[in-house]
Design a protein around this ligand. Sequence first.
Ligand SMILES: Cc1cc2nc3c(=O)[nH]c(=O)nc-3n(C[C@H](O)[C@H](O)[C@H](O)COP(=O)(O)OP(=O)(O)OC[C@H]3O[C@@H](n4cnc5c(N)ncnc54)[C@H](O)[C@@H]3O)c2cc1C
Length: 388
Amino acid sequence: MMTDDNHLDSERELIRDTVRRFAEREIAPQSETLWEDQAFPYEIWKMAGELGFTGLPYPKEYGGGDGDWVSFTIVLEELARVDCAVANSLMANSTVASLLSNYGTDAQKQQYLAPILDGRKVGAIGLSEPDAGSDAANISTRARREGNEWVIDGAKTFISNSGTEVTGPVVIAAVTGARDNGRKEISNFIVPNGTPGFEYGRKLRKIGWRASSTFELVFRNCRIPADNLLGEQGAGLRQTLAQISTGRILIGALALGLLQGSLDRSLSYMKTRRAFGRPIADFQSLQFKVADMAVHAHAARLMLYDAAARRDQGRPFAQQASMAKLFATEKAMEATHQAIQIHGGYGIITEYPVARAFGDAKVLEIVEGTSEIQRMIISRELLSQMDT
Ligand SMILES: Cc1cc2nc3c(=O)[nH]c(=O)nc-3n(C[C@H](O)[C@H](O)[C@H](O)COP(=O)(O)OP(=O)(O)OC[C@H]3O[C@@H](n4cnc5c(N)ncnc54)[C@H](O)[C@@H]3O)c2cc1C
Protein backbone atom coordinates (compact mmCIF):
# COMPACT_ATOMS: atom_id res chain seq x y z
CA MET A 1 0.00 0.00 0.00
CA MET A 2 1.23 3.50 -0.81
CA THR A 3 1.77 5.75 2.20
CA ASP A 4 3.22 9.20 2.68
CA ASP A 5 6.69 8.46 4.03
CA ASN A 6 7.42 12.10 4.85
CA HIS A 7 5.05 11.91 7.79
CA LEU A 8 5.82 8.35 8.87
CA ASP A 9 8.64 7.87 11.37
CA SER A 10 9.18 4.43 12.87
CA GLU A 11 6.80 5.12 15.76
CA ARG A 12 3.95 6.01 13.41
CA GLU A 13 4.75 3.01 11.22
CA LEU A 14 4.40 0.85 14.32
CA ILE A 15 1.07 2.49 15.17
CA ARG A 16 -0.17 1.93 11.61
CA ASP A 17 0.88 -1.74 11.66
CA THR A 18 -0.62 -2.36 15.08
CA VAL A 19 -3.98 -0.79 14.19
CA ARG A 20 -4.08 -2.53 10.81
CA ARG A 21 -3.47 -5.92 12.43
CA PHE A 22 -6.12 -5.22 15.05
CA ALA A 23 -8.64 -4.08 12.41
CA GLU A 24 -8.05 -7.07 10.19
CA ARG A 25 -8.01 -9.67 12.98
CA GLU A 26 -10.64 -8.36 15.36
CA ILE A 27 -13.00 -6.14 13.35
CA ALA A 28 -13.10 -7.52 9.79
CA PRO A 29 -14.55 -10.94 10.77
CA GLN A 30 -17.42 -9.24 12.65
CA SER A 31 -18.01 -6.31 10.35
CA GLU A 32 -20.86 -7.77 8.29
CA THR A 33 -22.79 -8.93 11.38
CA LEU A 34 -22.34 -5.55 13.05
CA TRP A 35 -23.63 -3.90 9.88
CA GLU A 36 -26.64 -6.23 9.61
CA ASP A 37 -27.56 -5.92 13.30
CA GLN A 38 -26.72 -2.21 13.55
CA ALA A 39 -25.00 -3.19 16.78
CA PHE A 40 -22.46 -1.16 18.74
CA PRO A 41 -19.30 -3.30 19.09
CA TYR A 42 -18.72 -3.33 22.87
CA GLU A 43 -15.90 -5.85 22.82
CA ILE A 44 -14.05 -4.07 20.02
CA TRP A 45 -14.49 -0.75 21.80
CA LYS A 46 -13.07 -2.21 25.01
CA MET A 47 -10.09 -3.73 23.18
CA ALA A 48 -9.42 -0.46 21.31
CA GLY A 49 -9.35 1.27 24.72
CA GLU A 50 -7.00 -1.27 26.23
CA LEU A 51 -4.65 -0.96 23.26
CA GLY A 52 -4.53 2.82 23.79
CA PHE A 53 -6.21 3.79 20.49
CA THR A 54 -9.23 5.62 21.97
CA GLY A 55 -7.21 7.99 24.14
CA LEU A 56 -4.10 8.35 22.00
CA PRO A 57 -3.87 12.18 21.68
CA TYR A 58 -5.04 12.94 25.24
CA PRO A 59 -3.07 13.57 28.44
CA LYS A 60 -1.42 10.60 30.16
CA GLU A 61 -2.51 12.09 33.47
CA TYR A 62 -6.09 11.02 32.68
CA GLY A 63 -5.29 7.73 30.97
CA GLY A 64 -4.52 9.03 27.48
CA GLY A 65 -1.41 8.35 25.41
CA ASP A 66 0.10 11.88 25.08
CA GLY A 67 0.23 11.13 21.35
CA ASP A 68 -0.01 13.52 18.40
CA TRP A 69 -2.81 14.19 15.93
CA VAL A 70 -0.99 12.84 12.88
CA SER A 71 -0.80 9.49 14.69
CA PHE A 72 -4.49 9.63 15.66
CA THR A 73 -5.34 10.42 12.03
CA ILE A 74 -3.50 7.23 11.07
CA VAL A 75 -5.42 5.24 13.70
CA LEU A 76 -8.78 6.39 12.33
CA GLU A 77 -7.70 5.87 8.72
CA GLU A 78 -6.70 2.26 9.44
CA LEU A 79 -9.88 1.47 11.36
CA ALA A 80 -12.10 3.02 8.66
CA ARG A 81 -10.31 1.05 5.97
CA VAL A 82 -11.94 -1.99 7.56
CA ASP A 83 -15.04 -0.54 9.28
CA CYS A 84 -15.96 3.13 9.13
CA ALA A 85 -18.68 2.85 11.80
CA VAL A 86 -16.22 1.52 14.37
CA ALA A 87 -13.83 4.34 13.46
CA ASN A 88 -16.65 6.84 14.02
CA SER A 89 -17.08 5.63 17.59
CA LEU A 90 -13.51 6.84 18.24
CA MET A 91 -14.13 10.05 16.32
CA ALA A 92 -17.29 11.06 18.27
CA ASN A 93 -15.68 9.98 21.54
CA SER A 94 -12.71 12.17 20.69
CA THR A 95 -14.87 15.30 20.38
CA VAL A 96 -16.19 14.75 23.89
CA ALA A 97 -12.67 14.02 25.14
CA SER A 98 -11.40 17.29 23.62
CA LEU A 99 -14.17 19.30 25.28
CA LEU A 100 -13.57 17.70 28.68
CA SER A 101 -9.82 17.88 28.33
CA ASN A 102 -9.77 21.56 27.31
CA TYR A 103 -12.55 22.97 29.50
CA GLY A 104 -13.23 20.49 32.30
CA THR A 105 -12.20 20.91 35.93
CA ASP A 106 -9.85 18.34 37.39
CA ALA A 107 -12.80 16.64 39.12
CA GLN A 108 -14.77 16.49 35.84
CA LYS A 109 -11.74 15.02 34.06
CA GLN A 110 -11.21 12.36 36.73
CA GLN A 111 -14.87 11.39 36.67
CA TYR A 112 -15.78 11.68 32.99
CA LEU A 113 -12.67 11.97 30.83
CA ALA A 114 -10.58 9.09 32.17
CA PRO A 115 -13.22 6.36 31.52
CA ILE A 116 -13.75 7.43 27.87
CA LEU A 117 -10.02 7.43 27.18
CA ASP A 118 -9.40 3.85 28.24
CA GLY A 119 -12.51 2.20 26.76
CA ARG A 120 -14.59 1.69 29.92
CA LYS A 121 -17.14 4.21 28.62
CA VAL A 122 -17.87 5.95 25.34
CA GLY A 123 -18.61 9.68 25.08
CA ALA A 124 -21.40 11.25 23.02
CA ILE A 125 -21.75 14.86 21.89
CA GLY A 126 -25.23 16.35 21.52
CA LEU A 127 -25.30 19.52 19.49
CA SER A 128 -27.67 18.78 16.57
CA GLU A 129 -31.42 19.05 17.03
CA PRO A 130 -34.43 18.17 14.87
CA ASP A 131 -34.58 21.81 13.66
CA ALA A 132 -30.91 22.83 13.84
CA GLY A 133 -27.96 21.04 12.27
CA SER A 134 -25.73 23.23 10.08
CA ASP A 135 -27.28 26.24 11.80
CA ALA A 136 -26.06 25.12 15.23
CA ALA A 137 -26.39 28.59 16.79
CA ASN A 138 -30.14 28.16 16.39
CA ILE A 139 -30.64 25.24 18.81
CA SER A 140 -33.62 25.44 21.15
CA THR A 141 -32.87 23.00 23.99
CA ARG A 142 -32.87 25.18 27.11
CA ALA A 143 -31.18 24.98 30.49
CA ARG A 144 -32.31 27.14 33.41
CA ARG A 145 -30.59 27.53 36.74
CA GLU A 146 -32.60 26.56 39.82
CA GLY A 147 -30.62 26.78 43.06
CA ASN A 148 -27.77 24.35 42.85
CA GLU A 149 -29.03 22.65 39.71
CA TRP A 150 -29.48 23.16 35.99
CA VAL A 151 -32.82 22.03 34.57
CA ILE A 152 -32.76 20.94 30.92
CA ASP A 153 -35.68 20.67 28.49
CA GLY A 154 -35.46 19.89 24.79
CA ALA A 155 -34.41 17.28 22.25
CA LYS A 156 -31.33 16.28 20.29
CA THR A 157 -31.06 14.05 17.26
CA PHE A 158 -28.47 12.08 15.25
CA ILE A 159 -26.29 11.59 18.35
CA SER A 160 -23.45 9.10 17.75
CA ASN A 161 -22.39 6.75 20.58
CA SER A 162 -25.68 7.35 22.40
CA GLY A 163 -27.93 4.65 23.81
CA THR A 164 -25.26 2.02 24.43
CA GLU A 165 -24.70 0.28 27.77
CA VAL A 166 -21.36 2.07 28.07
CA THR A 167 -22.46 5.56 26.97
CA GLY A 168 -21.43 8.25 29.40
CA PRO A 169 -21.22 11.09 29.62
CA VAL A 170 -23.28 12.89 27.00
CA VAL A 171 -22.10 16.48 26.56
CA ILE A 172 -24.93 18.63 25.26
CA ALA A 173 -25.34 22.24 24.23
CA ALA A 174 -28.29 24.22 25.58
CA VAL A 175 -29.50 27.81 25.48
CA THR A 176 -28.91 29.52 28.84
CA GLY A 177 -29.97 33.07 27.96
CA ALA A 178 -29.87 35.82 25.34
CA ARG A 179 -26.99 38.08 24.43
CA ASP A 180 -27.21 41.86 24.07
CA ASN A 181 -27.07 41.43 20.27
CA GLY A 182 -30.17 39.19 20.40
CA ARG A 183 -28.20 35.97 19.74
CA LYS A 184 -28.71 32.91 21.90
CA GLU A 185 -26.30 32.32 24.76
CA ILE A 186 -25.28 28.67 24.58
CA SER A 187 -23.53 26.59 27.26
CA ASN A 188 -22.29 23.00 27.39
CA PHE A 189 -23.37 20.53 30.05
CA ILE A 190 -22.22 17.10 31.12
CA VAL A 191 -25.23 14.80 31.43
CA PRO A 192 -24.49 11.36 32.87
CA ASN A 193 -26.35 8.43 31.34
CA GLY A 194 -29.33 7.45 33.49
CA THR A 195 -30.02 10.95 34.87
CA PRO A 196 -33.79 11.18 35.59
CA GLY A 197 -35.50 13.25 32.88
CA PHE A 198 -32.94 12.21 30.24
CA GLU A 199 -34.28 9.51 27.96
CA TYR A 200 -33.46 8.03 24.60
CA GLY A 201 -35.99 8.47 21.80
CA ARG A 202 -35.87 6.42 18.61
CA LYS A 203 -32.82 4.44 17.57
CA LEU A 204 -32.11 5.79 14.08
CA ARG A 205 -31.78 3.19 11.34
CA LYS A 206 -29.16 4.29 8.84
CA ILE A 207 -27.72 3.53 5.40
CA GLY A 208 -24.19 4.15 6.69
CA TRP A 209 -22.28 4.03 10.02
CA ARG A 210 -24.66 1.23 10.92
CA ALA A 211 -22.59 -0.21 13.77
CA SER A 212 -22.32 3.26 15.30
CA SER A 213 -25.21 3.70 17.75
CA THR A 214 -27.34 6.76 16.87
CA PHE A 215 -30.34 7.85 18.94
CA GLU A 216 -32.57 10.82 19.56
CA LEU A 217 -32.20 12.28 23.06
CA VAL A 218 -35.09 13.73 25.03
CA PHE A 219 -34.75 16.00 28.08
CA ARG A 220 -37.79 16.69 30.23
CA ASN A 221 -37.21 18.57 33.45
CA CYS A 222 -33.79 16.88 33.55
CA ARG A 223 -31.90 18.08 36.64
CA ILE A 224 -28.13 18.00 36.84
CA PRO A 225 -25.84 19.49 39.50
CA ALA A 226 -24.60 23.05 38.87
CA ASP A 227 -21.10 21.54 38.77
CA ASN A 228 -21.94 19.79 35.48
CA LEU A 229 -21.65 23.05 33.53
CA LEU A 230 -18.58 22.61 31.30
CA GLY A 231 -16.29 25.65 31.42
CA GLU A 232 -17.85 29.08 31.44
CA GLN A 233 -21.55 29.79 31.07
CA GLY A 234 -22.17 31.13 27.54
CA ALA A 235 -18.98 29.62 26.08
CA GLY A 236 -20.65 26.46 24.74
CA LEU A 237 -20.77 27.21 21.04
CA ARG A 238 -17.25 28.67 21.09
CA GLN A 239 -15.98 25.53 22.84
CA THR A 240 -17.65 23.19 20.35
CA LEU A 241 -16.62 25.19 17.28
CA ALA A 242 -13.03 25.23 18.56
CA GLN A 243 -13.00 21.42 18.33
CA ILE A 244 -14.70 21.22 14.96
CA SER A 245 -11.62 21.72 12.79
CA THR A 246 -9.97 18.80 14.56
CA GLY A 247 -13.17 16.83 13.97
CA ARG A 248 -12.92 17.64 10.28
CA ILE A 249 -9.44 16.14 10.11
CA LEU A 250 -10.77 13.01 11.79
CA ILE A 251 -13.77 12.68 9.46
CA GLY A 252 -11.31 13.20 6.60
CA ALA A 253 -9.27 10.32 8.04
CA LEU A 254 -12.35 8.11 7.95
CA ALA A 255 -12.84 9.10 4.30
CA LEU A 256 -9.21 8.28 3.56
CA GLY A 257 -9.71 4.84 5.09
CA LEU A 258 -12.71 4.29 2.78
CA LEU A 259 -10.68 5.49 -0.21
CA GLN A 260 -7.78 3.16 0.57
CA GLY A 261 -10.10 0.24 1.32
CA SER A 262 -11.95 0.76 -1.97
CA LEU A 263 -8.64 0.80 -3.82
CA ASP A 264 -7.18 -2.28 -2.07
CA ARG A 265 -10.35 -4.36 -2.56
CA SER A 266 -10.77 -3.27 -6.18
CA LEU A 267 -7.17 -4.18 -7.04
CA SER A 268 -7.40 -7.66 -5.59
CA TYR A 269 -10.82 -8.30 -7.17
CA MET A 270 -9.57 -7.16 -10.58
CA LYS A 271 -6.73 -9.68 -10.37
CA THR A 272 -9.00 -12.65 -9.63
CA ARG A 273 -12.28 -11.96 -11.46
CA ARG A 274 -12.25 -13.08 -15.07
CA ALA A 275 -14.43 -12.02 -18.01
CA PHE A 276 -14.05 -12.76 -21.72
CA GLY A 277 -11.27 -15.20 -20.93
CA ARG A 278 -9.01 -12.82 -19.00
CA PRO A 279 -8.72 -11.05 -15.66
CA ILE A 280 -10.84 -7.88 -15.58
CA ALA A 281 -7.59 -6.11 -14.56
CA ASP A 282 -6.75 -6.21 -18.28
CA PHE A 283 -9.53 -3.75 -19.11
CA GLN A 284 -8.28 -0.21 -19.36
CA SER A 285 -11.60 1.31 -18.30
CA LEU A 286 -11.19 -0.40 -14.89
CA GLN A 287 -7.45 0.36 -14.69
CA PHE A 288 -8.30 4.06 -14.95
CA LYS A 289 -10.75 3.81 -12.06
CA VAL A 290 -8.09 2.41 -9.68
CA ALA A 291 -5.56 4.96 -10.95
CA ASP A 292 -7.96 7.75 -9.97
CA MET A 293 -8.57 6.19 -6.55
CA ALA A 294 -4.82 5.97 -5.91
CA VAL A 295 -4.27 9.61 -6.92
CA HIS A 296 -7.12 10.77 -4.69
CA ALA A 297 -5.99 8.67 -1.73
CA HIS A 298 -2.45 10.03 -2.00
CA ALA A 299 -3.62 13.65 -2.28
CA ALA A 300 -6.14 13.24 0.58
CA ARG A 301 -3.43 11.68 2.76
CA LEU A 302 -1.04 14.59 2.14
CA MET A 303 -3.78 17.14 2.86
CA LEU A 304 -4.90 15.40 6.06
CA TYR A 305 -1.42 14.80 7.45
CA ASP A 306 -0.57 18.43 6.69
CA ALA A 307 -3.64 19.70 8.57
CA ALA A 308 -2.93 17.34 11.50
CA ALA A 309 0.78 18.31 11.58
CA ARG A 310 -0.17 21.99 11.69
CA ARG A 311 -2.48 21.25 14.60
CA ASP A 312 0.37 19.41 16.36
CA GLN A 313 2.69 22.36 15.78
CA GLY A 314 0.17 24.88 17.14
CA ARG A 315 -0.16 26.59 13.73
CA PRO A 316 -3.49 27.68 12.19
CA PHE A 317 -5.15 24.69 10.52
CA ALA A 318 -8.88 25.42 10.15
CA GLN A 319 -8.74 26.20 6.43
CA GLN A 320 -6.53 23.15 5.71
CA ALA A 321 -8.87 20.95 7.77
CA SER A 322 -11.94 22.12 5.83
CA MET A 323 -10.20 21.60 2.49
CA ALA A 324 -8.94 18.15 3.48
CA LYS A 325 -12.37 17.09 4.81
CA LEU A 326 -14.13 18.32 1.68
CA PHE A 327 -11.68 16.67 -0.71
CA ALA A 328 -11.31 13.37 1.14
CA THR A 329 -15.04 12.84 1.70
CA GLU A 330 -16.07 13.67 -1.86
CA LYS A 331 -13.33 11.44 -3.27
CA ALA A 332 -14.33 8.64 -0.88
CA MET A 333 -17.89 8.90 -2.21
CA GLU A 334 -16.53 8.60 -5.75
CA ALA A 335 -14.21 5.71 -4.84
CA THR A 336 -16.87 3.65 -3.05
CA HIS A 337 -19.16 4.15 -6.05
CA GLN A 338 -16.47 3.01 -8.49
CA ALA A 339 -15.43 0.08 -6.29
CA ILE A 340 -18.97 -1.27 -6.56
CA GLN A 341 -18.84 -0.81 -10.33
CA ILE A 342 -15.60 -2.79 -10.48
CA HIS A 343 -17.17 -5.60 -8.41
CA GLY A 344 -20.18 -5.75 -10.75
CA GLY A 345 -23.22 -7.51 -9.20
CA TYR A 346 -21.18 -8.71 -6.20
CA GLY A 347 -20.60 -5.06 -5.31
CA ILE A 348 -24.30 -4.75 -4.49
CA ILE A 349 -24.32 -7.70 -2.09
CA THR A 350 -23.85 -6.58 1.50
CA GLU A 351 -21.51 -9.42 2.43
CA TYR A 352 -18.95 -7.51 0.33
CA PRO A 353 -17.23 -4.67 2.23
CA VAL A 354 -17.38 -2.43 -0.87
CA ALA A 355 -21.19 -2.56 -0.71
CA ARG A 356 -21.23 -1.59 2.97
CA ALA A 357 -18.74 1.25 2.46
CA PHE A 358 -21.05 3.13 0.06
CA GLY A 359 -23.48 4.38 2.75
CA ASP A 360 -20.56 5.23 5.05
CA ALA A 361 -19.07 7.54 2.43
CA LYS A 362 -22.37 9.40 2.08
CA VAL A 363 -22.51 10.06 5.82
CA LEU A 364 -19.08 11.67 5.69
CA GLU A 365 -20.23 14.31 3.21
CA ILE A 366 -22.84 15.42 5.77
CA VAL A 367 -21.35 15.28 9.26
CA GLU A 368 -18.95 17.78 10.85
CA GLY A 369 -20.15 20.40 8.36
CA THR A 370 -21.67 19.38 5.02
CA SER A 371 -19.75 19.84 1.76
CA GLU A 372 -21.76 23.03 1.18
CA ILE A 373 -20.71 24.39 4.58
CA GLN A 374 -17.03 23.53 3.88
CA ARG A 375 -17.20 25.42 0.57
CA MET A 376 -18.76 28.36 2.40
CA ILE A 377 -15.94 28.37 5.00
CA ILE A 378 -13.18 28.02 2.41
CA SER A 379 -14.51 30.74 0.11
CA ARG A 380 -15.23 33.09 3.03
CA GLU A 381 -11.61 32.81 4.16
CA LEU A 382 -10.34 33.38 0.62
CA LEU A 383 -12.48 36.48 0.25
CA SER A 384 -11.48 37.83 3.66
CA GLN A 385 -7.80 37.50 2.67
CA MET A 386 -8.57 39.81 -0.30
CA ASP A 387 -9.77 42.48 2.16
CA THR A 388 -6.49 42.61 4.13
C1 LIG B 1 -25.03 9.33 11.09
C2 LIG B 1 -24.96 10.70 11.68
C3 LIG B 1 -24.29 10.89 12.89
C4 LIG B 1 -24.26 12.16 13.49
N1 LIG B 1 -23.66 12.31 14.71
C5 LIG B 1 -23.81 13.50 15.36
C6 LIG B 1 -23.34 13.65 16.71
O1 LIG B 1 -22.76 12.74 17.30
N2 LIG B 1 -23.58 14.83 17.35
C7 LIG B 1 -24.22 15.87 16.76
O2 LIG B 1 -24.41 16.90 17.39
N3 LIG B 1 -24.65 15.77 15.46
C8 LIG B 1 -24.47 14.61 14.77
N4 LIG B 1 -24.93 14.49 13.48
C9 LIG B 1 -25.64 15.61 12.86
C10 LIG B 1 -24.85 16.29 11.75
O3 LIG B 1 -23.85 17.07 12.33
C11 LIG B 1 -25.86 17.10 10.91
O4 LIG B 1 -26.66 16.17 10.21
C12 LIG B 1 -25.16 18.05 9.97
O5 LIG B 1 -24.57 19.09 10.68
C13 LIG B 1 -26.15 18.64 8.96
O6 LIG B 1 -27.24 19.20 9.61
P1 LIG B 1 -28.74 18.80 9.15
O7 LIG B 1 -28.81 17.34 9.03
O8 LIG B 1 -29.69 19.48 10.08
O9 LIG B 1 -28.88 19.40 7.69
P2 LIG B 1 -29.29 20.92 7.35
O10 LIG B 1 -28.46 21.85 8.12
O11 LIG B 1 -30.76 21.04 7.45
O12 LIG B 1 -28.88 20.97 5.81
C14 LIG B 1 -29.72 20.51 4.76
C15 LIG B 1 -29.05 20.89 3.45
O13 LIG B 1 -28.97 22.32 3.37
C16 LIG B 1 -27.61 22.70 3.12
N5 LIG B 1 -27.33 23.96 3.80
C17 LIG B 1 -27.60 24.32 5.11
N6 LIG B 1 -27.18 25.55 5.34
C18 LIG B 1 -26.61 26.01 4.18
C19 LIG B 1 -25.99 27.23 3.79
N7 LIG B 1 -25.84 28.24 4.65
N8 LIG B 1 -25.54 27.34 2.52
C20 LIG B 1 -25.67 26.30 1.64
N9 LIG B 1 -26.26 25.13 1.94
C21 LIG B 1 -26.72 24.99 3.21
C22 LIG B 1 -26.78 21.57 3.73
O14 LIG B 1 -25.48 21.56 3.16
C23 LIG B 1 -27.62 20.36 3.33
O15 LIG B 1 -27.36 20.02 1.99
C24 LIG B 1 -24.90 13.25 12.84
C25 LIG B 1 -25.54 13.05 11.61
C26 LIG B 1 -25.56 11.80 11.03
C27 LIG B 1 -26.27 11.64 9.71
